[in-house]
Design a protein around this ligand. Sequence first.
Ligand code: KG4
Ligand code: ZN
Length: 393
Amino acid sequence: MIILGIETSCDETALALLDCTGTATLPHFKVLSEVIYSQIAVHEKFGGVFPMLAKREHAQNIVPLFLSLLEKAHLKEGTSVSNISDSETFLKNIGIESKRESEMWKQFFEKIPHIGKLNIDAIAVTAGPGLEPALWVGINFAKALGAFWNVPVFATNHMEGHITSVLLSPEITSADIRFPLIALLVSGGHTELVLVEDWLSYKLLGQTRDDAVGEAFDKVARILGLTYPGGPKISKLAESARAEKPVSPISFPRPMMQTKDYDFSFSGLKTAVLYHVQKAGDLSEEMKADIAREFEDAAIEVLYKKTERAIEEYGAKTLIIGGGVVANKHLREQFTQLANECADCKLLIPTLPLSTDNAVMIAAAAYLHAVRGEKGNSDIRAKGTLKLAARFA
Ligand code: KG4
Ligand code: ZN
């Protein structure tokens, strides 16, 4: 089946068409086309993502992006679906207030009715977690398209998408996945350790009690005078320091590293950086690099230790790491080392483009549900704090 994936949970408007085949245990995916528009340039000057600004950007861009997605995919076009005579009534019937995202609806009713019905079998849209105003844009677009073409819409969990993203990496197949599996999800909004006993069977082992690790990277970057998103800039500085000095000349705490649970905390680490910077006064480039390196070492060491313990405790045969922070070179290296030391556990890392937010993973996650006979959802709502799993013990 062909699934249209839609992702607008944060600052990326992403759409993808994914050809999904195979069984529930051995799914297979082929990307037909994909488009991503990053809003980083818009948010950069504000030092972070503003939900209402993100919403406006998604609403302005989603229809043109959808048209370019279709153009790239060369899908078979059937006959044109009849024109909608009254767009307000059409939206009202599916519970959408047309005054919201009015820019999107103007473009939608100008363009979409002229497209013939395509061989798209289902739509998958991120329903959470994420920024609710931003999520609503994707949800309403998906609902309208689903009603217009009469195809089911699946409300997808963004974190399930990040776990599923490994299945899309060219060198990884579903046969590589052996359960139980541990997933470490690290992004701008989340830090979670999840036990996956089978597809769709998730247990939350632990999560951050305050800042997500990506958020900590972004905040530390701001303290060092670097622009949003700070993760990649911290990573570069840290690499330069590591190349110069074999040992870190400063030391920051490793919060909660020794606690028996699987929770994390990164706000104390960020505060330690802040105090260090305030004490140091004017920072040279070398001092900034040393701080970035020690911060990165501390954050990743905590992630590493807790994940290592979870692998042992639950006898995990596979480790998946997913989320935007997986783009971090040091983290990838450290976790590769962890997997090398663990004979029974295979590490699966998504490719760089699949680590950060994308719509391919959203479509793939929905297939895992569709292939088990689920029919989609009728009343989809944005849930900023949508949980993947209940907390485990
Ligand atoms: O998963 P993602 O694209 O969006 C969310 O769902 O949050 O993750 C974005 C986060 C940002 O906090 C960004 O700074 C961080 O991932 N990030 C990095 C790197 N590249 C992106 N953090 C550390 N090192 C990187 N190279
Ligand atoms: Zn994400």
